[in-house]
Design a protein around this ligand. Structure first.
Ligand code: G3P
Length: 229
């Protein structure tokens, strides 16, 4: 499963890329607006931190297919690298998706809340569809079930589109989405830190240190090899 960071904060992206096996970055107008920065400079800075090979999903703001396509081409020309144009699902978005694929761009259809939205986006050629798990849970739907059924539909109809599950608040949601076969998830930097934390792990590491020091004191493995030279 691919792990992607859902932020445009440069410090957070640097942190996650340095410490975790991150496959890319996703942004949307809300995430970008939190940084209150010059948009072209911000996306250029993100690209330089993550490199050309990691996925970078950037959302357009145009609402007509013409504007979506013009923005997508401008973003591609400016940023380059492994780029996915995020297009919110709508009739105009679907029309733009078909055209963008003809022009050789990769597309992530976003703001997906239903299985049929995902299926039709996949038929239009979207490379990824992004269902919003926590927002589904919040309206007393079942985000995990929606994602699981989208995964099944793509398998059933042999569609090459992948599922990039988004909108997470808990590790439990992430685990269930992984079990449902999602190809990728995008999560906040805070959730990356939470994913790898467990108090029992910290106890175990403290025990390793205490047991080692009870016999060898503060001597390290490297110091021991030095003594053997
Ligand atoms: O990638 C979509 C995501 O940013 C939405 O997340 O937490 O606002 O529901 P959230």
């Amino acid at each position: 499963m691919m792990y992607i960071i859902d932020t445009a904060n440069l410090d957070s992206i640097r942190h996650c890329v340095e410490y975790y096996p991150v496959d890319g970055v996703t942004t949307n107008p809300t995430i970008i607006s939190r940084e209150n920065a010059d948009f072209p400079k911000l996306i250029k800075d993100i690209r330089s931190i993550i490199g050309a090979d990691r996925q970078f999903h950037i959302q357009v703001t145009g609402s007509t297919s013409r504007d979506i396509i013009r923005e997508a081409l401008a973003i591609r020309d400016f940023i380059g690298g492994n780029l996915y144009i995020k297009v919110p699902i709508s009739a105009e978005g679907l029309r733009a998706t078909v055209e963008l694929k003809k022009l050789g761009l990769k597309v992530t259809e976003t703001a997906i809340f239903t299985q049929q939205q995902a299926l039709i986006a996949a038929k239009a050629g979207a490379d990824f569809v992004a269902p919003y798990v926590n927002r589904l849970d919040n309206i007393v739907s079942d985000g995990v079930n929606v994602v699981g059924e989208i995964v099944q539909l793509f398998k059933e109809y042999n569609l090459p589109s992948k599922v990039l599950a988004a909108s997470f608040k808990t590790v439990e949601q992430i685990h269930k989405i992984a079990m449902a076969g999602s190809h990728a998830i995008t999560i906040s930097p805070e959730l990356f830190d939470t994913l790898t934390y467990h108090p029992m792990t910290l106890y175990a590491i403290d025990d390793f240190v205490a047991d080692w020091e009870s016999v060898y004191g503060k001597k390290t493995i490297l110091e021991m090899f030095e003594e053997h030279k």
